[in-house]
Design a protein around this ligand. Structure first.
Ligand code: ATP
Length: 358
């Protein structure tokens, strides 16, 4: 049931007549300008899926602002990030005429379904989630500080997916466990109420490995990390890209080899190069590393910076354009919310009827 994104893409080449209808849902938190990890791990696939989708595929992409407030946000900053994130989704190539693009909090059905699913979800299962354990590792002694919203985050994520009857969910590796949870929730609900109301979604794991932090290559690149030099933003200038990659933590071993366990920093740079370039000539990172073996660390970093710059320069230009078009952004958000609310209404009717609320 673990479907690689390449398999799904090749299936997408079929016609509407030969492929069953599918709904693709995915989300990103508007917690800052998306970074290279978001792009290689998720956003790039959103666009590929949109552009290769047969007519009977619905694409639903959400800026999940209710997820963003599971940690404290400055209200003014959050408003700005929501705008920037929407501009970025348009800049990478999402088209509001082909995909439903909306802010999660504009469609109350997400939170409503979350509550209904919360009444079914097991706290034991939620407590075992890796992301919950990671995020709370340092706060073990102060459960007063741990917020219920952060704990039940995967239930909201399940509601996001299930409310649109998504059949496929493209995400990075870090979200795989949450998707498994969403399947369990759907199956559990259907079993409890004796009817197939919710659709257990398939996960489409991105072929890109997790992109790691440039400053701590054992941790994933993340929007919310306090060190801005740990990530490359899709809006970064060429000069900033070069500076951040130059300062990336590597090691003092001679030569370039691909070894994520022992040489995580260098391997992260090779991964970035491999996935940015979509190197058709190299079947794997190992093969690419063989050709890089003679380079100095500095030369490798120059090459990575060059490749990243080539990958994102068009996105950066397009982003600047959309960010200035306030009215257009508002219009896209309003239209997206209207379409998403319609998509969610059918599920909510069936769910409420199954539970006995209507
Ligand atoms: P935050 O730091 O605010 O938690 P984030 O950078 O982890 O944010 P999300 O908004 O949680 O990003 O995730 C959006 C999408 O990007 C998800 O599909 C997730 O799997 C993917 N993603 C996030 N970080 C990475 C990464 N470092 N490498 C690959 N994919 C990633």
């Amino acid at each position: 049931r673990w479907l690689s994104i390449r398999t799904v893409q090749s299936r997408n080449q079929g016609t509407a007549a030969t492929t069953p209808p599918r709904t693709i849902f995915s989300g990103i938190q508007p917690t800052g300008v998306p970074h290279l990890g978001n792009y290689l791990g998720a956003l790039r696939q959103w666009v590929t899926l949109q552009d290769g989708a047969p007519r009977n595929t619905s694409l639903v992409y959400s800026l999940v602002d209710l997820h963003a407030i599971t940690v404290r946000q400055d209200p003014k900053q959050l408003r700005q990030w929501k705008k920037e994130s929407l501009a970025m989704l348009l800049a990478i190539g999402l088209d509001p005429n082909k995909s439903i693009i909306f802010h999660q909090s504009d469609v109350p059905a997400h939170a409503e379904l979350m509550w209904i699913l919360s009444c079914q979800a097991s706290t034991g299962y939620l407590g075992r989630m890796t992301q919950w354990k990671d995020k709370t590792a340092n706060e073990k002694d102060s459960s007063e500080k741990l917020k219920l919203g952060l704990f039940s985050y995967p239930v909201l994520q399940a509601a996001d997916i299930l409310v649109h009857r998504a059949t496929h969910v493209p995400v990075g590796h870090d979200q795989a466990q949450h998707l498994e949870f969403a399947r369990e929730v759907a199956n559990g609900f259907n079993h409890t109420f004796g009817r197939d109301v919710l659709i257990p979604p398939e996960t489409m794991i991105s072929p890109a490995r997790r992109v790691m932090s440039l400053r701590d290559p054992m941790a994933k690149m993340s929007k919310s990390h306090p060190d801005p030099n740990s990530r490359i933003l899709l809006a970064d200038s060429e000069e900033t890209i070069r500076r951040k990659i130059k300062a990336a933590v590597t090691d003092s071993v001679d030569g370039i080899t691909y070894d994520p366990e022992d040489r995580p920093g260098v391997s992260n740079l090779i991964d970035i190069l491999y996935h940015c370039d979509a190197h058709p000539a190299y079947p794997s990172q190992d093969e690419l590393a063989k050709d890089l073996a003679g380079l100095s660390m500095r030369a490798l970093k120059d090459r990575v910076a060059e490749t990243v710059q080539t990958t994102i320069k068009h996105i950066r230009a397009s982003y600047a354009h959309f960010l200035n078009e306030n009215d257009d952004l508002d219009k896209v958000a309003a239209q997206g919310a209207e379409k998403a609310a319609k998509s969610a209404a059918t599920t909510m009717k069936a769910v409420k009827s199954a539970v006995g609320l209507i």
